[in-house]
Design a protein around this ligand. Structure first.
Ligand SMILES: *[C@@H]1O[C@H](CO)[C@@H](O)[C@H](O)[C@H]1NC(C)=O
Ligand SMILES: *[C@@H]1O[C@H](CO)[C@@H](O)[C@H](O)[C@H]1NC(C)=O
Length: 421
């Protein structure tokens, strides 16, 4: 990176922390991260070389249940080790057999994985553990060059390394696990959220909650006895945001579509509405509400994921061109002018559909300008749906996460520095 980078990064971090409206693609430009292209004398050689070599195809698999930006980052890193990324998504039956029923059914997990901008192809029925047969199929049928996995160990039920075969064949590459996020952690935050609303409810989530509550540590009551109650390890850096962004602004005469929301626990319903919104123009700008705005409209324990986490999930989606990190609740005339917004859209399935009854309708300005459109949401899922699903089979989760938490703790205890992005 250029010698100015640290100063630039500090500048960027200051902007983000200041809660300013920041165009992420502009940041990428500022940091000079646009793909470097050779200068004229070498262009011919470069193009020829690019054309002649076969693309390097890499494979990564996973359950992608309760997908979060940690998964997205792994896929980004995997994609960077080759030219084309093929992702194996484990079937519902395989997940159920190996660790209990998934929260997200396969069709929704597929929508989510396919929407990640670093994914080129998806294999929808990957086995839970790579068998020799499947590995050979990957190499011969799918032309895979390398199998990729994170630096956390992946053991088969018999205690052997799941990737031993690929390693022996010299077709294995490792990526660094994303700091600071795990599904266990996210489930803990959700249970806190449910607990708050169901005091006096016949369900008793307290033991379960104690087990999971690493998220917002000040809310943990009896949980204090747990040694080392973990708060989120996620430390957002300006570089991560730049890595996730497209690095491009709208082209000349682009029709800019704007959609805003919390985008908490980014799910298939979000993906589908973003896809439809993107089809209405040339550039999709997504406004992500601040944590304060989300708390004020949806309750204390919301959002489950903080502003930076939510921004990364949205940025990883291929239908999104740019995000506003901390968008205002009300869309002003000035904002429409600043971003040259042609159309403001909102889905029919959302947690707050009674905004029109409010005295201050946040969409009053675009409505008056005749540039507001309501979009039929293709899927009937909200963040609350996801939370309800988890709570509905919390018994299964409890067992499953006891094991998982133990292995996670072991990972963090034994963790050492691994270089890489
Ligand atoms: C909830 O469960 C915990 C432990 O499992 C127990 O100590 C507590 O008394 C229960 N509370 C209620 C209201 O049932
Ligand atoms: C603003 O958006 C419109 C499309 O709605 C486009 O025709 C126009 O060129 C844009 N303005 C600029 C300065 O890009």
């Amino acid at each position: 990176m250029d010698p100015e980078a640290p100063a630039s990064s500090r500048f960027v971090a200051a902007l983000i922390l200041g809660g300013l409206v920041v165009g992420v693609s502009a940041l990428a430009f500022h940091l000079g991260l646009a793909t470097p292209r050779p200068t004229p004398p070498y262009t011919w050689w470069w193009r020829r070389r690019k054309k002649k070599t076969r693309p390097v195809r890499v494979y990564m698999d996973g359950c992608f249940d309760m997908m979060h930006y940690g998964h997205c980052n792994a896929l980004r890193q995997a994609r960077a080790l080759g030219d084309e990324l093929v992702v194996g998504v484990v079937s519902d039956d395989e997940i159920t057999a190996n660790k209990g029923p998934p929260v997200t059914p396969l069709h929704e997990r597929l929508i989510m994985v396919r929407a990640i901008k670093w994914v080129d192809e998806v294999i929808p029925d990957a086995p839970y553990a790579i068998t020799e047969d499947f590995m050979n199929k990957l190499f011969t049928e799918y032309n895979i060059d390398y199998i990729i996995h994170g630096d956390d160990p992946c053991l088969l039920p018999d205690g052997t390394d799941a990737y031993a075969l690929a390693k022996k064949a010299g077709r294995y590459k490792q990526i660094k696990r994303t700091e600071g996020v795990s599904s266990t952690d996210i489930v803990g935050r959700m249970l806190l959220c449910v607990r708050e609303r169901s005091i006096g409810d016949s369900h008793n989530h307290s033991s379960l909650q104690r087990q999971f509550s690493h998220g917002h540590s000040q809310k943990v009551e009896e949980g204090g006895s747990r040694s080392g109650t973990r708060i989120s390890h996620f430390l957002p850096t300006s570089r991560r945001i730049v890595q996730f962004s497209n690095g491009k602004g709208p082209g000349p005469d682009a029709r800019i579509v704007y959609i805003d929301g919390a985008f908490d626990l980014f799910h298939a319903g979000h993906v589908e509405i973003l896809r439809i919104a993107r089809e209405l123009g040339d550039f999709l700008l997504v406004g992500i509400h601040t944590d304060q705005t989300v708390s004020a409209t949806r309750g204390h324990h919301r959002p489950i994921m903080n502003l930076h986490e939510r921004s990364l999930s949205v940025l990883a989606c291929r239908y999104v061109d740019e995000v506003i990190i901390g968008a205002p609740w009300e869309i002003s005339k000035d904002m429409i002018t600043t971003f040259n917004i042609s159309l403001v859209v909102h889905g029919t399935i959302a947690e707050n559909m009674d905004f029109r009854k409010d005295e201050s309708n946040p969409y009053a300005v675009p409505m008056a300008m005749g540039i507001y459109q309501q979009l039929e949401s293709p899927l009937d899922i909200t963040t609350s749906t996801i939370i309800k699903r988890i709570v509905a089979n919390h018994e299964a989760y409890q067992k499953r996460n006891e094991k998982k938490e133990a292995s996670e703790r072991k990972y963090y205890e034994g963790k050492t520095y691994v270089s890489g992005d």
